[in-house]
Design a protein around this ligand. Structure first.
Ligand code: HEC
Ligand code: HEC
Length: 184
């Protein structure tokens, strides 16, 4: 990031690679569907980590695993730099749910994801994230802490997030998702 010429080249190269990604994550990293994640404005370290998790199977999603298995380290870094520099676009949310989510956020999420949900390093940016994606993701972390053996449960594992999600009800999850949607 220090050398301007190298940085420009990384952004250009990263943008070329996004041709494979735009149909779901949007050209500028704002997802085309509420159940797909935005990549815009995401922390580059987090992006690289997640692509690595798909590539080696620690995170499960058929399309993402197929797409990333042959990525070089350079591919991952360039894509991460490109997306981290894009701007998150506002999405519609429910104000009543969001105001209920504010208290929960202050109590349980603030200490890792920061006051405005921008996170840092391995802590994901969750500000402005797609509502259905956030709901599904929190339920998947939570499922990892319960004994369901339903093979349709595609779980997502992370020790910090499992501890937090285990304590959330479905109603809490909905309120939090609407609260995150309006964070900038
Ligand atoms: C067919 C749709 C589709 C395409 C094409 C696609 N993705 Fe994804 N991507 C998804 C879905 C769905 C998820 C969420 C998976 C999950 O729930 O774990 C995801 C998750 C991700 C994540 C994790 C985001 C987060 O917030 O944790 C990253 C990073 C990512 N994709 C990068 C890419 C890149 C880079 C490309 C292009 C090379 C790409 N994706 C192409 C559908 C797609
Ligand atoms: C102890 C630290 C910690 C706390 C507290 C915490 N998180 Fe997280 N969160 C993380 C980490 C680390 C990740 C990345 C995990 C991974 O790799 O799957 C994450 C990931 C997430 C994701 C997935 C982001 C994405 O793009 O896929 C969401 C959504 C999320 N957190 C929401 C919350 C909410 C809502 C709360 C409060 C109820 C919360 N987190 C509290 C550390 C924390």
């Amino acid at each position: 990031m220090q050398d301007p010429a190298a940085r420009e080249a990384a952004i250009r190269y990263g943008k070329d690679r996004t041709l494979l990604c735009a149909s779901c994550h949007g050209v500028d990293g704002n997802a085309n569907r509420p159940d797909y994640p935005n990549l815009a404005g995401q922390n580059p370290t987090y992006l690289v980590q997640q692509v690595a998790k798909f590539a080696d199977g620690r995170r499960v999603n058929f399309v993402m695993q197929a797409l990333t298995k042959d990525f070089t380290v350079e591919d991952k870094v360039n894509l991460a730099i490109y997306y981290s520099l894009q701007t998150v676009k506002p999405i519609a949310y429910d104000e009543r749910e969001a105001s209920r989510g504010a208290d929960l956020y202050a109590r349980s999420c603030f200490r890792c994801h920061g006051a405005s949900g921008k996170g840092e390093e391995g802590y994901a940016r969750i500000a402005g994230q797609q509502i259905a994606y956030v709901e599904d993701t929190l339920k998947r972390y939570r499922a990892n802490t319960r004994s369901s053996t339903d093979p349709r449960d595609i779980r997502r594992s992370d020790t910090s997030m499992e501890q937090v999600a285990a304590l959330l009800s479905d109603a809490d999850i909905t309120s939090l998702a609407h609260y995150l949607a309006q964070l900038r």
